[in-house]
Design a protein around this ligand. Structure first.
Ligand code: NDP
Ligand code: MG
Ligand code: MG
Length: 333
């Protein structure tokens, strides 16, 4: 496996090409500004009066109605939410994109699950930064970058790979380290990571730990500190130096407890559940459920989200965080 750096990537493939960024949210805002500051010709396709439109104007990024932005573009990055991409493709891109233009995604969902079926004359590529948009922008401004994955699904022009790599470099992805993947691998691992570990697994672990302590009669505030608040310190150590760095920084007692009791929590049964979640992603069951849920107006999704929002740990945490002044701005940690 090769990790590409800035020196490995040429920008020629996108020289004198016009890049249309459709959607100006988390990723769109970062990509558009980084590409512009890398010297590329960028226009963002945004709905007039929307938040993206206002932000793009404030950032001095050229704006146009989505259809107009698509018409003149050599590369079209579709950076709207995944569930909006099928309609954006059918109504805005497919009828208006130039012959031989490239269609770029930041996540493979729409292509991998067949929601978007691109025209045969177009390149279809993926550039997926491994971080949220605000970090993609912040790191770029510091002269660094967030690592990114790239992939080619369809190469109609024989420049698909070069264009994807040039785009990735333009947003800072090669400074952070650029890795080639496939749409299938990016989509399935991204979904699995967020479901089993990062978002789904982590929040359930926190809630279960908190509930166990509170049910046993301990004070909710103390349970909050132990099961949620301090998680950041541990995750920061993972981030900086892996499991070994965590072991280097915690007490001997914590370390013994970690190695002795951790495997009693994540058991073979949990790992079987992880494989189940992965199978649902691979088979398309998860994608189908999520699409149907959207079509039904998201009743189950809304109910489950509300259950999380109304969990007792949220009330306990909000009151405690009020007193921690350094938490008020999310980027000053
Ligand atoms: P956001 O929800 O932040 O972006 C929303 C933007 O899309 C807004 O500008 C919105 O317009 C616009 N939009 C929504 N619906 C439409 C529509 N029907 N027509 C035109 N514009 C529309 O998206 P993200 O940046 O989170 O996600 C974009 C892609 O990037 C997804 O594929 C996602 O999986 C991927 N990704 C996201 C990451 C992240 O950290 N968020 C990380 C890596 C990949 P308006 O302002 O007018 O409402
Ligand atoms: Mg992800
Ligand atoms: Mg994701």
């Amino acid at each position: 496996m090769k990790v590409y750096s800035n020196d490995d990537v040429r920008s020629d493939a996108l020289q004198d090409q016009r890049i249309a960024i459709i959607g100006y949210g988390s990723q769109g805002r970062a990509h558009a500004q980084n590409l512009r500051d890398s010297g590329f010709d960028v226009v963002t396709g945004v709905r007039k009066g929307g938040k993206g439109w206002t932000n793009a104007r404030a950032d001095k990024i050229e704006t146009a109605e989505p259809t107009e932005a698509v018409k003149g573009a050599d590369l079209i990055a579709i950076l709207t939410p995944d569930m909006a991409q099928e309609a954006v493709w059918k109504e805005t891109i497919a009828p208006h994109a130039k012959e031989g233009s490239a269609l770029l995604f930041a996540h493979g969902f729409s292509i991998h699950y067949g929601r978007v079926q691109p025209r045969a004359d177009m390149d279809v590529v993926l550039v997926a930064p491994k971080g949220p948009g605000d970090l993609v922008r912040r790191e770029f401004i510091r002269g660094r970058g967030v690592p990114a994955l790239f992939a080619v699904k369809q190469d109609a022009t024989e420049t698909a790979r070069a264009r994807a790599m040039a785009y990735a470099k333009g947003i800072g992805g090669a400074a952070g380290g650029l890795i080639e993947t496939t749409f299938a691998e990016e989509t399935e691992t991204d979904l699995f990571g967020e479901q089993a570990v990062l978002c789904g697994g982590a929040k359930e672990l926190v809630k279960a730990g908190y509930q166990t302590l509170v049910d046993a009669g301990y004070q909710p505030e103390v349970a909050y500190f132990e099961c949620m608040h301090e998680l950041k310190l541990i995750v920061d150590l993972f981030y900086e130096g892996g499991i070994s760095k965590m072991h280097d920084f915690i007490s001997e007692t914590a370390k013994y407890g970690a190695v002795a009791s951790g495997p009693r929590i994540i058991t073979e049964e949990t790992r079987e559940r992880m494989r189940e979640v992965l199978r649902d992603i691979q088979s398309g069951n998860f994608a189908r459920d999520w699409i149907l849920e959207n079509q039904a107006g998201k009743p189950r999704y809304t109910a489950m989200l509300n259950a999380d929002r109304n969990h007792p740990i949220e009330k306990t945490g909000a009151a405690l965080r009020e007193r921690m002044a350094w938490l008020k701005s999310p980027t000053n940690a």
